[in-house]
Ligand binder design. Structure first.
Ligand code: MCN
Ligand code: CUM
Length: 806
């Protein structure tokens, strides 16, 4: 060997494989303004559509007069429910088994509901046209408070469901009831509460909020009459699902539908569902024969397109005097708005909310969720939470703090006492999940040591004493949160979307020169898939990540996949990538054996190629094997080097983390300062530590926003009062605190590379950490639970109600 031969370390580093802080390859175009978003799609003759929307939350639509609108220069068509009925598209199915109006059909059920679609030669003309459409409404009483939705005299919202005593998820108890979902052993749980030495009960609300990606939802639909083909460019987190749904509802052959999701400017769950804009743009294109673009504005996005949360969780814990939990009982009132358009796997009306036992060894638990209709926008999308996991984590983490307070125990100690122990994994939870792996005690203790938790508690005690003596007006809170997530939907045994199993896929095609292209059924919205997927392949097959092109988002070229949400890409597609790479490697090994004239079993893998065991100089690099695959494969073997894998995961993955928020609040103004925020995440094997850190920063920032102010609020007459960024809290770098990140590594035992998802963890764990910090700050003044969001005004109000402010 001469001096030029690279060392093993150099060869490994050259791959930029798993574990490497590889720089994001997509940022080269994003940071230079060269991304290609839906709004960059400009087709010849393209028209623009825009919606007439309802000012009323609940009203009968008596008449729609479009005659003046059609006189506006540039306006070509006004589409209403009547138009849509001619193609059977006035209503569309939702992912949750309900139906939803595409355009108001006789009635409107929420403010800003889509009433008519104006198509024009440009966006301005469409907007002028909207203002000329005259709609005659007869207002009806609005139903805004979900707690009143099932009153005997509550207004009937869904006349289309009149007389239907059951829905997609079983019996309905009332005309505004959607479903009741129960899990767990009620008798055992009730018995645990009867025997309990200590119990707590609290109604914990997780308010309505919104994912509000910077790029709103949008599409361009282009129907080719000659070929009978429909091409849809759109902001889709799940392009293949959109293709299948469009095929089913528009009755177009699936091979004639081409769905393309170009670069996406943030999704956060908002871009999973199918919205009226997509249907109207498609119908408009079919009607006019021209491409039609629909781009939502901010107010439309915030007020009409898929809210998140709105869960009201009455939570009870039973425990012994010394703080061992013995039972959990939760009732959720879920406000779904006017239509049940939740984006969850089909069999899960409340998503995976039954992860609500959290990180604790509850011997028994019972959960009941009632979904109800109100005059609010439909949705119930996740928003950086895998299917109601943020709600569940908030519920249990807040409740554990309330129990600690009642027992006069430290919240961290109470958690340590009740954690599932590492030797209990795989762990079967009382509400039916099998947690794959975890080491909670190690993570929690690392958090406590790194942050100096004990010293912080001491400081808090001193500050409280000083407050009592009147020496300071500042109170200090420590927000502990320990979450367990459930991501990677999902195993075909219990996860499907409209009957399609939730597998995911990868196809890898190696080229002769030792480069290749990989295509997946997932779709990045900013998560850096082009960077990280290539890293998995680099480590698996020894080809530098830079030589692997990653492509997502084109349903004509990508293998069928269920898309990117629920932090499922790493758990599901990440596994498919490793499995496809291993198929490539298996064929490569046969080729290498043939070329090196040995038996396959005499070869061993060595970073970037195969070596003959015991003969270190007999080596064939993967790059050379790629070349050989195209000119000298063993007799009888097909040439070429490519593979595809469809991966049906055997289980979900269960990432976890220990977070701590240190906060100071001025009682006279309610102004808070996040002094410190520490986040320890365990997502198993880490593919790209830098991208993980970026994901954690982003998720924590959203958690901060939600806990501390972000809210979709309706007044009692059904007006959305937070429908723009003037009122909807969107933190910038100015407000955002500094984040300290840390990690432990507990691989998933069933995932080919041991990786768990991470994209949503910081939001799941972050919200309770902030809220617990505020609640912990106020607890010594006698409060048990203060509802989110904790903005300055509400903090001040809490201080006043607790007598801390005159
Ligand atoms: N990763 C890693 N090692 C792991 C786990 C993940 O390096 N053990 C990397 C992955 O390779 C990927 C990223 O972290 O590049 C996120 O992976 P994963 O946790 O699998 O999540 P998904 O790719 O499925 O992304 C979905 C998740 C969700 S559901 C929301 S909501 C959210 C989030 O990602 N939306 C985002 N993060 C976002 N980040 C941006 N910039 N924009 C969004 O819209
Ligand atoms: Cu949980 S919001 Mo994401 O599923 O796209």
């Amino acid at each position: 060997m001469n001096d030029m031969t690279p060392t093993r370390e150099q060869r490994t580093a050259a791959l930029e494989g798993m574990g490497c802080k590889r720089k994001r390859v997509e940022d080269i175009r994003f940071t230079q303004g060269k991304g290609n978003y839906v709004d960059d799609v400009k087709l010849p003759g393209m028209l623009h559509g825009d919606f007439v929307r309802s000012p009323h939350p609940h009203a009968r639509v008596k008449k729609i007069d479009d005659s003046e609108a059609l006189k506006v220069p540039g306006v070509l068509a006004v589409i209403t429910a009547e138009t849509l009925k001619t193609v059977n598209l006035a209503w569309m199915p939702t992912l949750a088994g309900d139906v939803q109006m595409v355009l108001a059909d006789g009635k409107v059920l929420f403010q800003n509901q889509e009433v008519a679609f104006v198509v024009a030669t440009d966006r301005y003309a469409a907007d002028d046209g909207i203002n000329k459409v005259v709609v005659e409404y007869e207002p009806l009483p609005p139903l805004i408070d979900p707690f009143k939705s099932m009153d005997a005299d509550a207004p009937v919202l869904r006349e289309d469901l009149a007389g239907k005593t059951s829905g997609a998820h079983g019996p309905r108890k009332h005309h505004n009831h959607i479903f009741e979902w129960t899990v767990g052993d009620k008798e055992l749980t009730d018995a645990a509460f009867k025997k309990a030495e200590v119990t707590i009960k609290e109604m914990i609300s997780y308010h309505r909020t919104h994912p509000s990606p910077l790029e709103t939802c949008q599409c361009v639909c282009s129907f080719d009459k000659i070929k009978g083909e429909l091409t849809i460019y759109g902001t889709f987190q799940a392009p293949h699902v959109i293709r299948t749904v469009v095929s089913l509802i528009a009755k177009l052959p699936e091979q004639k539908i081409h769905v393309i999701a170009p670069d996406i400017g943030g999704g956060f769950g908002n871009k999973v569902g199918a919205y009226p804009g997509y249907i109207c743009a498609a119908v408009a294109s079919i009607v006019t024969g021209k491409p039609v673009k629909w781009v939502e504005d901010r107010i439309e996005n915030l007020t009409a397109t898929s809210f998140a949360r709105d869960y009201h969780m009455t939570t009870e814990i039973a425990a012994t005097k010394d703080g061992k939990v013995t039972g959990l009982r939760v009732h959720v009132l879920a406000d779904h708005g006017a239509f049940d358009a939740c984006a969850d796997p089909s069999k899960w009306p409340a998503g995976f909310f039954n992860i609500v036992t959290g990180s604790y060894d509850f011997p028994t638990a019972h959960l009941a969720v009632d979904g109800v209709y109100t005059n609010k926008a439909p949705g119930g999308v996740a928003y950086r939470c895998s299917f109601r996991v943020t709600e569940a984590a908030y519920c249990i983490e807040r409740a554990m703090d309330i129990l600690a307070q009642k027992l006069n125990m430290d919240p961290a100690e109470l958690r340590l006492k009740n954690f599932i122990k590492s030797e209990q994994f795989p762990y079967h939870s009382a509400l039916g999940w099998e947690y794959d792996s975890g080491d909670y005690h190690t993570a929690m203790r690392k958090m406590m040591e790194t942050t100096g938790y004990a010293a912080l508690r001491k400081e808090q005690a001193e500050k409280r004493a000083a407050f009592a003596r009147g020496e300071t007006r500042e109170i200090m809170g420590l927000g502990v949160s320990f979450f367990t997530e459930i991501v990677g939907a999902g195993p075909s045994k219990n996860c499907d979307i409209l009957g399609i199993a939730m597998f995911d896929s990868c196809e890898i095609r190696m080229h002769p020169t030792g480069a290749g292209i990989a295509r997946m059924g997932t779709k990045s919205q900013g998560q850096g898939h082009e960077t990280t997927w290539a890293q998995i392949i680099a480590t698996e097959i020894g080809i530098p990540a830079d030589n692997i092109q990653v492509e997502e988002g084109n349903t004509d070229t990508a293998p069928y996949g269920l898309g990117t949400y629920g932090s499922r890409s790493t758990p599901v597609a990440g596994a498919a990538i490793a499995m496809a790479a291993r198929k490539i490697k298996a064929k490569a090994q046969m080729i290498a054996a043939y070329k090196l004239e040995v038996h396959e079993d005499d070869l061993e893998w060595d970073i970037d190629g195969f070596r003959v065991k015991g003969l270190p100089e007999k080596f064939m690099s993967m790059k050379d094997i790629c070349w050989a695959a195209y000119n000298s494969v063993p007799p009888g073997m097909e040439p070429g080097l490519e593979a595809v894998s469809y991966y049906d995961p055997p289980n979900m993955t269960y990432p976890f983390g220990a977070y701590l928020c240190v906060m100071d609040i001025d009682v006279d103004t309610g102004v808070y300062k996040v002094r410190r925020f520490y986040a320890l995440d365990d997502c198993g094997t880490r593919i790209n530590p830098m991208i993980i850190e970026g994901q954690v920063h982003g998720g924590l920032t959203e958690a901060f926003a939600i806990a501390m102010g972000q809210e979709i609020r309706y007044d009692e007459t059904g007006n959305v009062v937070t429908g723009s960024f003037m009122d909807f809290f969107m933190p910038t770098a100015v407000e955002t605190p500094h984040w300290e990140t840390d990690f432990t590594v507990t691989p998933s035992p069933h995932h080919p590379i041991g990786a768990k998802g991470v994209g949503e963890s910081p939001n799941v764990g972050g919200v309770p950490a902030f809220s617990n910090a505020v609640n912990d700050a106020f607890s010594f003044l006698g409060s048990t639970h203060i509802q989110m969001p904790h903005d300055y005004w509400r903090n001040w109000k809490a201080a006043k109600e607790l007598g801390a402010v005159a």
